[in-house]
Design a protein around this ligand. Sequence first.
Ligand SMILES: Cc1cc2nc3c(=O)[nH]c(=O)nc-3n(C[C@H](O)[C@H](O)[C@H](O)COP(=O)(O)OP(=O)(O)OC[C@H]3O[C@@H](n4cnc5c(N)ncnc54)[C@H](O)[C@@H]3O)c2cc1C
Length: 270
Amino acid sequence: MAAKRTAKELTVLSSTHLTKNMLRLTLHGADLEKFPDNAEGAYFKFNFTSADSSKTLRRTYTISRLRRDKHEMDVDFMLHGNTASDVHGIAVDWAEQAKVGDAISISGPGPATYINQDADWFLLVGDMTALPALTANLALLPENATGYVVVEILSEEDKQPLEIPSSMQLRWVINPHAGSDDTPLVDAVEKLQWLDGQAAIWTACEFKSIKKLRQHYRQLEQVQRTHLYISSYWKKGLTSEQHKVAKRQDTSPTDLLRRLGNRLFNRRRA
Ligand SMILES: Cc1cc2nc3c(=O)[nH]c(=O)nc-3n(C[C@H](O)[C@H](O)[C@H](O)COP(=O)(O)OP(=O)(O)OC[C@H]3O[C@@H](n4cnc5c(N)ncnc54)[C@H](O)[C@@H]3O)c2cc1C
């Protein structure tokens, strides 16, 4: 565990726009060789220093692709801070300005959060911040899996190729006001025709959408706790530190137990 907390130094190898609002940085460092085999989809923290150098600001991101033999990993940043109503963030500002050879410190990785694969059908829901983790989950599904994948993106130009089992249906939800207007994503999920049998659900996106989707899933009797993973990845108007506090305040004892259960489940899988 201590090794995971130890900071690792990486350097920027390349920077590419995957889509209009998604920037991929490829990072390089010898420590990546020691990351576990199944680390794609797992989270880690970037360690930034605040402008006045008084504290470390940690930002959570997902290992999108890992090439351990080459000591490389790809990290996909949903860009924000570029419209009048947006606020800049230290992570995205850094990513947008990153140049080849720039150094960055990270800690981790933590465990990936896997969808329960012991199910009759699957529902995966995510916004652009969750796309790397959602993609890693898709890769685990059996070829004959059925169900839905619902992805919220900022614009038509943010569609990216996803490898999805052929019997699953993909719905892109275009919402240029992600975080401010949760209606398009929540509506799209609520309108899905529920399939027969045991569903397994994996959902990660903005705080307000999560609250509504959690409520929706609770109303569906067929959704079992063991088959539900749901997590808020960010909250419009709050920094990562403030979001963490908001999440804690919003967690009921039942949710806390469920989260612990999920962690144990994932640890056993890791
Ligand atoms: C387990 C986990 C995995 C994650 N993986 C990824 C990932 O792979 N890729 C990714 O892009 N994000 C990912 N995120 C989300 C990311 O941690 C947050 O978006 C984070 O707040 C970005 O940090 P920042 O320094 O840019 O902004 P902060 O300093 O945290 O926030 C500054 C301002 O920006 C706003 N803001 C933050 N994120 C967004 C956004 N996406 N859109 C619009 N406004 C925003 C905040 O509300 C705030 O007003 C993940 C989060 C978690 C919990």
